[in-house]
Every structure is written in C-alpha cells, then in structure tokens.
Design a protein around this ligand. Structure first.
Ligand code: ZN
Length: 277
C-alpha cells in the first residue's frame, strides 16, 4: 500500500531537508525523484524499507540517511512510510510527504503496427518484462561510496525522464529514462563502478546492460548497437560497456539511460553533473 494514514512523526521534519552539496544529490520527495530520510547516528547501518523493499542507506556527515526512490505513479500530497530497523532491534517508521511534480506530455503519431505489439510477440514481451522486473529488484549489501554519477555518453539530452507519452491518442507508460543523442557506435561508459547483472537483447529496449552499484542503485543502458561486457563482470567507473545504437524500438541512435533505486525508476538527471556533458 502506498498511502497510509497514521502519523508517527510530523511530516515537516522529514521533508527533503537542505539540498545536498556536490557530490551529493538533491533530494525532493516528488514522484520520479528521491526522498532523503535522516536515520540518525548508530554503530551499525540501519535497514530501511519502502513497500517492504529495501532502500539504499548510506553514511553522510556522521549519520545514516536513506535515499528512497519515489515511483512516478505516486500521488502527490500522499504520504509514504519508510520503515527503519536498527542494529539493536529498534524499529521506527518515518513518514514522507509527497510533493507534486508535473512532467510534460508528448503526443506521438506512429503507424499502427509500430504502436502495438503483434500478437505473436506478446509471449516474448511478457517473458522479458518478468525477467527485467526481477533484475531490477536486485539488492546487494555494500553501499556505493557516492551516488553521484557520470554521464555515460557525451551528447544532448534529447528525451527527458517522466515524459507522459500519448501514442495515437492512447496514454502509454511514462518515459523511464533519460535519452542522450549520440552517433551510432559512440562508446558507452559505466556511470559508476558496479557489477553487470544483466546483458541481453529485448523487444523494446534492444541490446541492454544493467549494472548494480550497491544497495539497490542500478543503472540501465538500452538500444546499444553492441554489448562489450557480460553478466558477472565488475566494472570500474567509466569502463566501456557497449556502443550507442538503435536496437529495439528506437527511432534513431541514442542511449536510453535509466537509474533505479529500490526497484523504482527515478530521474537520472538528479545524479548527473548539471552541465550534462
Ligand atoms: Zn528512452
């Protein structure tokens, strides 16, 4: 359940707090963004949960903080509850007030056979969707040293996260990543150090690589023309993972770059340097 009504702490205490300075990330508890929840000082790292799913917890200036991804579909003005489990067995709940954030709408007209899956593609699509959902639920213990990320390929940000797409008059799922325009074959670099947890060819995403950076922080790279790594490989920040392409459902060469926290797609731009390239 996303909305709960009982109050344990005044929400004002748990709003975003001051914006963090570099290399930290700005936290605004809005759909598609991240809530920053202060967990206090403790010897052992606390565990935090949102909707029963582990949330990234890291150390920041001598205390523990949880960074929780807020799903795009979360209603503004609702409340989320982050459950905290301390090393000494203490359990607490922290309430997060969701503030509104609008995303642009993009109207697209495409040929009908491009808008929908052919019936014989549906089983493949469903299988892939199940597999990817499982991959994106990956949670491994070591926390990343930082959640600041580097742009995986230089280029103009051509399609923004959260864009609500209406195709031939029918609302589709919002855009779950950031599109970066680049020429076919441009090398794509790991946004941070991490382990390859998936590499495959998917109907919509084309050739895709998913990296695990720790504590549920994942990055995904799609529409690649070539994959230059494989599942299980540990990569240094900036290591090559593949080349820009237009595989899967893509209108031209670009990188679809997505970032996940607690299995929730959040705006990758939050984590990137402001200049972009
Ligand atoms: Zn995209």
């Amino acid at each position: 359940m996303r909305r709960r009504t009982f109050l344990l702490l005044p929400p004002a205490l748990l709003l975003a707090g001051p914006a963090l300075s570099a290399p930290d990330v700005p936290a605004v508890a809005a759909p598609g963004r991240i809530a920053r929840v202060r967990l206090g000082k403790a010897d052992q790292p606390p565990k935090a949960y949102l909707d029963k799913r582990r949330v990234l917890v890291m150390r920041e200036r001598g205390e523990w903080v949880a960074l929780a991804g807020i799903a795009l579909g979360t209603r503004a003005d609702s409340m989320l509850l982050v459950e905290v489990e301390y090393g000494d067995g203490r359990r607490e709940s922290r309430q997060v007030s969701i503030i509104p954030r609008g995303y642009p709408v993009q109207q697209l007209a495409v040929a009908p056979d491009q808008a929908d899956l052919a019936p014989d593609q549906v089983p493949r699509y469903q299988k892939e969707r199940g597999h990817l959902q499982q991959v994106l639920r990956t949670f491994t213990e070591p926390a990343p040293a930082s959640v600041a990320l580097r742009q995986p390929v230089p280029g103009r940000r051509s399609g923004s996260f959260g864009m609500r797409r209406v195709i031939n008059g029918v609302a589709r799922s919002p855009h779950s990543g950031l599109d970066i325009a680049a020429d076919e074959g441009t090398p794509v670099a790991a946004t941070a150090g991490g382990r390859v947890i998936d590499a495959g060819d998917y109907l919509f995403l084309g050739n895709t690589v998913v990296l695990d950076h720790g504590q549920g922080l994942l990055s995904l790279y799609a529409h690649l023309s070539a994959i230059d790594t494989k599942k299980g490989v540990a990569l240094a920040p900036g290591a090559g993972i593949g080349k820009v392409g237009a595989t899967g459902r893509a209108t031209g060469p670009h990188l679809h770059f997505a970032v996940y926290l607690n299995a929730t797609a959040v705006d990758p731009a939050i984590f990137l340097p402001r200049a972009g390239v």
